[in-house]
Design a protein around this ligand. Structure first.
Ligand SMILES: Nc1ncnc2c1ncn2[C@@H]1O[C@H](COP(=O)(O)OP(=O)(O)OP(=O)(O)O)[C@@H](O)[C@H]1O
Length: 303
């Protein structure tokens, strides 16, 4: 079921088309990564979802509500971590959480939220003394309050150390598992790959690909490399005759096969085993999302 429905969304600033005719559905409980280079149109899209700016054309609805017509209901449904949030430097972390709880008319326990975002120890310190990562944790915690059905996160891992990234990832997964839809933008593609159910790639204002990472690999016909560890390398095996095998390299105990067709891997293994050789380990190296991204996108649009 689509929770986020975007139809023909377009935004022009003077002569610049920041977002052009964007159509997309994001489903309940899905973690969706919205990717693009600097200036591609990510923040403009998010700002239209939140009614911070108005589209030139098209619509976006969240759980059936149009943010332009029903901003209050939309705000009740979403938790937001914008890229330019501000905190009150004089107030403590706990006071921020308590404030967000009051604003959301929620009955959540501030201590539980502080513990979830790893800020228990720092909770009584004014946020003016927080590091970038601590501020980011707090802003993320505030976005979670009120059990939103949609979480919109703009570059959520900014400033986080590796543990912080890992903890945020776990929380995002927990939220999605309870039915929250997560829409987030990011440049950090290995993190996106690790967490997203699907990704959308926006380039120069246009949505140029929407799929699972696996689906993108198939569509863009990327190679994968199959590395077989064997007890002894057979001299004759017939692997090179298989359709989709591009290149084969050998060491004493390994056969490395570059495959253009993902289906061919099982045939390669079968042919090696048919020679009487024992396969002791199998490794598959696939194109990373970062490699796919640079293959799919053009040259950025920084002015
Ligand atoms: N208020 C504005 N006035 C004029 N042009 C704008 C405005 N906001 C954005 N743009 C332009 O729209 C395009 C898309 O910008 P946007 O901020 O949406 O990109 P982004 O993908 O979020 O980039 P980044 O990753 O750098 O944050 C850019 O060319 C930008 O210069």
């Amino acid at each position: 079921m689509a929770v986020l429905e975007i139809r023909g969304l377009t935004k022009r600033f003077g002569n610049t088309t920041a977002v052009h005719d964007l159509t997309l559905d994001v489903n309940k409980g899905e973690v969706f990564g919205f990717l693009g280079q600097n200036g591609a149109g990510k923040s403009t899209t998010i700002d239209m979802l939140l009614d911070f700016i108005r589209p030139t054309n098209g619509t976006a609805t969240i759980s059936g509500h149009n943010p332009q017509h029903d901003p209050r209901t939309v705000r009740e449904h979403i938790g937001i971590l914008p890229d330019d949030y501000s905190l009150y430097d004089q107030l403590t972390g706990r006071e921020h959480i308590e404030f967000a709880i009051t604003m959301n008319e929620s009955d959540e326990d501030p201590e539980a939220i502080l513990a979830r975002i790893g800020l228990t120890t720092a909770s009584d310190r004014p946020t003016g003394s927080y590091s970038k990562g601590m501020r980011q944790r707090l802003a993320f915690g505030m976005a979670l309050i009120g059990d939103p059905s949609v979480l919109i996160l703009d570059e959520p891992s900014t400033g986080l150390d590796p543990n912080g990234v890992e903890e945020m990832r776990a929380i995002i997964r927990e939220e999605a598992d309870t039915g929250t839809t997560v829409f987030f933008s990011s440049h950090i593609l290995d993190q996106v790959e690790a967490i997203c159910d699907r990704v959308g790639i926006i380039d120069d204002g246009e949505l140029i690909a929407v799929d699972t990472v696996e689906g993108l690999r198939n569509t863009f016909n990327t190679r994968s490399t199959l590395i077989l560890s064997v007890d002894s390398v057979p001299s004759s095996h017939g692997i090179s005759d298989l359709e989709g095998v591009e290149n084969i390299k050998y060491t004493d105990k390994t056969i490395e096969v570059s495959c253009t067709n993902p289906e061919v891997k099982s045939s390669v293994i079968a042919r090696v085993e048919a020679t009487g050789a024992s396969v002791t380990d199998i490794t598959i190296e696939q194109t990373s999302l970062a490699e796919l991204f640079s293959k799919i996108t053009t040259g950025g649009k920084i002015e």
